[in-house]
Design a protein around this ligand. Sequence first.
Ligand code: BGC
Length: 803
Amino acid sequence: MKKALRITLKTLGVILVILIIGGLLGWWYVSSQFLSFEDDYTEKTEIPELTIDGYTFLDRNDNGALDVYEDDRASIEDRVVDLLSQMTVEEKIHILKGSGMASGMGMVDPEEGIPGVVGTIVATPRLGIPAINLSDGPAGLRIEPTREGVDRTFYATAFPIATLLASTWNTELVYSVGDAMGNEALEYGIDVILGPGANIHRHPFCGRNFEYYSEDPLLTGKIGAAMVNGIESNGIGTSVKHFVANNQETNRNYNDTRVSDRAMREIYLKGFEIIVEDAQPWTIMSSYNKVNGTYTAESRDLLTDILRDDWGFEGLVMSDWFGGNDAVAMINAGNDLLEPGTKKQWKALTKGYEDGTLDMDAVDTSVKRILTLALKSKKMTDYTYGENPDLEAHAEITRKSASEGIVLLKNDDTLPLQKGKNVALIGVYSYDFIAGGTGSGDVNEAYTVSLEEGLANTGFSVNQKAKEVYQKHKNANPEAFIKPEGMSAMFNPYLPPEMSYDDAMMQDIANDSDLAIITIGRNSGEGGDRVVEDDFLLSEAEKKMLSAACEAFHAVNKKVIVVLNIGGVIETASWKNQPDAIVLAWQGGQEGGNAVADILNGNVNPSGKLTMTFPMHIDDHASNANFPQNGMPMQMMDMLFGKDEVPEDEMVENVDYTNYEEGIYVGYRHFDKADLDVSYPFGYGLSYTDFEYGDMELVYENDSLKVTLPVTNIGDVTGKEVVQFYVSKDSTQIDRPEQELKGFAKTSELSTGATDTLEVNIPVKSLQYWNEKSSQWTLEPGSYVIKAGASSRNIKRSVQIKI
Ligand code: BGC
């Protein structure tokens, strides 16, 4: 017996040793291939100076002479040509891929780089080209807030999620957010922000919709361009992502988007095209997915023919992290930079050079683009970053933008509230407000203002009976209230379980307070798509909580307000008749609670409008027929090591490939065409005041329709109005949407009785459709109707024109 025990223990011991050695070898292998695999951070290297004719230059080459590329009086173009001529093939191949993931995993020595940087353009020390730092992401700069041995923090501002920013329909405001975000990058030594995201909300369940703006490409393009221009006004680059047709997270690295040329041009590419035209971003990020069988990162058609030749994009294209499959094909196609860079790619490029498959002209073109970015960067100037951005000023911008993107969905004589009211906060998310989504779109912010704090900050009192219920619930479930940190926070949304209230308890709270606010919270992010149960639909606990609160509060003539602290569309049709008001707060960043309170107490009059449709049922969306339901989570190992191609006959629909059968009929384009009722239409949003639209006038000038429209505030309080301009084609010969958004504008803050005359430019070329027969944009002659609407289903003025 003893012997048997000894043998068993011995066997267990051997297994343990094997496991430990195996684990160590595995970790060594992963880190040598995917994490930092060379030490090339040289940004802090001392560069000697040269003085010529009393003018000081940096002698980056340290050869005691002034090379053209060192002469900052020469054009960047000439300097790049000079640099390229001095580089060896090895140096060129080296710069085509980043230095691995180390810093992104928080592993970098602060002396050598900036913790939290998720990728780099590698340095070329011999020529004094420094490493360029790339950091996420759309809702704020993602860097590590703490550093070993450093007695201070490095917080970045969590701005509102992209969907909220788009809901402001205010390009100037979005520019100011971009400007603040870019300033944080500048002050923390980051050269390129990996954002904004410009993918289309094809279906409400895409886990990353919060990082994207809208179901409409024009709005996506205009808001995206404002963000790019704001960030880049600091001399910091952007990487507009994920190019293109990357609309689901299920099997995200390998899914094949099967889509028509027309839908590509009119819907999925259009937003990117507008951003290139209006903002010429420094970089664009290719996506993980394939389009019609080819990885976007390997598609010459997308990256060179369309992006460069058709649109005139001048910047560089980088891959998404570990995206693409064949490094040589990527460079040959025009994907200039491979991120974060792996040893495997380095070897593949070297082999491609040796066997002649790597196109050396393409290499030179890509290297030039990379060098151009490096020369443009702050690293090549004598700018010293201070690591002290004005976080307080940025918090103000956050609060202002967050309140302007909040959409008032329902208001039965309830809002604004009088200050001083005692508010019963119902539901965990009233106390645990969600600032933003997860994944690379997450930000390491210093704090998040909850709704509870926001109300207290703006002159309300928070009902203690309701708070006690929350406290008890939290104490009973301590584990569920631990916020995931670091890498774990990236892929695990913080979603503590909802509370349950019995009727007596709710009545007690109702008797003890002036009104109830119920917060419904949702969160999602990179690596997973959303689902129907307990996500799109309210959970059983939420339904009960809502009914109980409405019953108890209405019984004593008190109001119930629902606040939606969500990152994507949820079902509203079945319950929206119950509460007295519904405030769509989205995820407003670190100042979220203050921003909602500003709306509730009337400090800010709501002026946000929906950038997507809220459907009656999820299957009303045409795309629902082809969207993964309950899709599998991200496979990390597949992402790192690649996955064997799945034979066509074994492919799983909506996992290995997704047919975009709905074509151009995404969002309101479909709901209008199919004449479906919706819960809230695209463009919808209420205000505390009313607006009157005057006569719309149209003038044809320089291939554009110049539209003017006076808007007057005819209500009692100051406010702003978003006006949307839709265009319909009368008696069309082709299959086209009933109407499409072709312009929008927002009034200034109008006091009672004040008028603002809005001016919008609709280029005639924007009325074209993509003609698949001739593969070109085509203008259908005849009569069009230009409409001005307060939403897509509330058209107030229209004018007919002939083209
Ligand atoms: C995401 C990108 C992000 C990159 C770097 C990828 O997983 O798809 O959006 O910029 O990681 O964090």
